[in-house]
Design a protein around this ligand. Structure first.
Ligand code: NDP
Length: 496
């Protein structure tokens, strides 16, 4: 890939220039261009969906035995691993995450394909208990064309979480990656083809979501949308889906509470809270962005946390020691800055950070330091809205009752963390917290075998888990008549 080239996009197995406007993607650490490409056009959406539909009908993919589809998915996992370093470096340039993080995302994508390959070949259809003269079964059928719409913060890992189960389920997939981070999805499509996936089963349409994502969602041949992104966009998609009676899964935003109880192991809690909010520069849906600390511990804990946060290494994403890279764009950094200004206007105090980094390389990229705000109430806007940056709001609490009320007082309910040495106490609290995922004495740990998703404004449906494939399949019940006689109601006598 050279800068002079205009990258082709993948439209139902044909690699060609997109029909939309030419644009450059850029490296958030320097603002310099990484690649030029033409966005997809609405004609490309039509061609991709029609091509995917034809491939679904005629490529034989849906009819292959599960172990045969699995073989291709295993090969995709293998090719991702073979090309892991190249992909991780490209992803670093695509969205500015530190190299260690992008290596982990690439490894996770490979693991996802491997997992769904195994899940595919071991997925069981069931014979259900019979209640009559028949054998009854529950089976699953592929849906057809599935759209996967993904955000910019974890390319390849997000796409793998949708593409792998959708292909395992026998479907065709059209990916709409975020306009600003299309490069890994294009690589993934190439890898799928190299692994022997029949042409047309995967397409990648870079460009604006308001145009392409919207058209994909509305397309009558698209039978399911799997979306990860902001809550506002998710609701828009849900409305369109309601009109089509189309199932959707929506992985949306969060404002997750992390709770430090008065019996917490402070070394673990400091490390976990730091990782929870500041890794990925806070650009994570599950960022632990609301910190609740038992009042008796508040000052000593905050002193340790602040000192440790001040030591985090912010800088060059290519340097293996870097813990926080730049934010995704100048515009996003301005949005984070507006939230910090709002927090101060709401009466908050800065305990750390709060001003963009400057000097040397910091002047080119969109860097922002770890920032801690305190002195606010949970009801205030910066404690309620997702900032999606390295900004932590810290609040002391007096009783567990008050804590629980505040922790659950959010439109979001994606994740939560608890730090306590008392497992019974943590268990009781964990069961009362309203969130799709609760981490106890750990944070931001994931397993592809464990379902993930949010409650309330954090989403609908679950990704991951062995049964994640079933989201991309339609359930069907089959009844096999075993009667010796014709059904009695019609009064027809058996003649043989
Ligand atoms: P957006 O909702 O703006 O975008 C997500 C994707 O949707 C992009 O590909 C975007 O395209 C596309 N899109 C935008 N408008 C439409 C539309 N009208 N119809 C269909 N698709 C559309 O989110 P961000 O990219 O800003 O991502 C950040 C958000 O994602 C945060 O809120 C974060 O919490 C959430 N997120 C949730 C995760 C989870 O698993 N719960 C994981 C990661 C992030 P484009 O950008 O090209 O215009």
């Amino acid at each position: 890939m050279t800068l002079e080239q205009t990258l082709p996009i993948c439209v139902a197995g044909t690699w060609r220039l997109g029909g939309g406007e030419r644009y450059a993607t850029s490296y958030p650490a320097t603002g310099e261009p990484v690649a030029w490409l033409n966005a997809a056009s609405l004609d490309d959406v039509e061609a991709a969906v029609q091509g995917a539909h034809q491939a679904f009908l005629h490529s034989g993919w849906a009819q292959r035995k599960p172990h045969e589809r699995a073989a291709v998915l295993y090969r995709i996992a293998g090719l991702i691993r073979e090309r892991a370093e190249e992909l991780a470096q490209l992803q670093r340039q695509d969205n500015g995450k530190p190299i260690n993080e992008t290596r982990a995302l690439v490894a996770s994508a490979a693991g996802t394909f491997q997992f769904f390959a195994a899940a595919c070949e071991t997925l069981e259809e069931t014979i259900t208990p019979s209640r009559g003269d028949f054998v009854s079964m529950s089976v699953y059928e592929p849906m057809g064309v599935v759209a996967a719409i993904t955000p910019w913060n974890s390319p390849i890992a997000s796409e793998a979480q949708k593409v792998a189960p959708a292909l395992a389920g026998g479907n065709a997939v059209v990916i709409k990656p975020a306009e600003i981070t299309p490069l890994l999805a294009l690589q993934l499509a190439q890898i799928c083809e190299d692994a022997g996936l029949p042409k047309g089963l995967i397409s990648v349409l870079p460009g604006k979501g308001s145009l392409l994502g919207d058209a994909l969602t509305r397309h009558p041949l698209v039978k399911r949308v799997s979306f990860t992104g902001g809550t506002r966009t998710g609701k828009h998609i849900a409305h369109i889906a309601a009109d089509k009676m189309m199932p959707v899964s929506l992985e949306l935003g969060g404002k997750s509470p992390t709770i430090v109880l008065d019996d917490a192991d402070l070394d673990h809690a400091v490390a976990g809270v730091l990782y929870g909010i500041f890794s990925s520069s806070g650009e994570a849906c599950i960022a632990g962005s609301r910190l609740f600390v038992a009042r008796a511990l508040y000052e000593p804990f905050m002193a340790r946390l602040t000192a440790a946060a001040a030591q985090l290494r912010v800088g060059d994403p290519a340097d293996e020691r870097t813990q926080m890279g730049p934010l995704i764009s100048a515009g996003h950094r301005e949005s984070v800055e507006r939230y910090v200004a709002l927090g101060l206007a709401e009466g908050g105090r800065l305990r750390l950070g709060g001003e963009r980094l400057s000097g040397g390389a910091f002047d080119k990229g969109y860097f922002y330091p770890p920032t801690i705000l305190e002195g606010l109430g949970n009801h205030q806007q910066v404690c309620q809205e997702e900032i999606f940056g390295p900004v932590l709001v810290a609040l002391p609490f007096d009783s567990e009752e008050e804590l629980l009320q505040q922790a659950n007082d959010s439109l979001y309910a994606l994740a939560a963390g608890i730090w306590s040495r008392d497992y019974k106490r943590a268990w009781a609290l964990g069961r009362k917290l309203q969130a799709g995922t609760v981490w106890i004495n750990t944070y931001k740990q994931f397993s592809i075998s464990t379902p993930f998703g949010g409650w309330r404004d954090s989403g609908l449906g679950r990704e991951k888990g062995r049964l994640g494939i079933l989201q991309y399949m339609e359930q069907k019940s089959l009844y096999w008549g075993m009667n010796d006689q014709p059904l009695a109601w019609a009064g027809v006598e058996a003649t043989q």
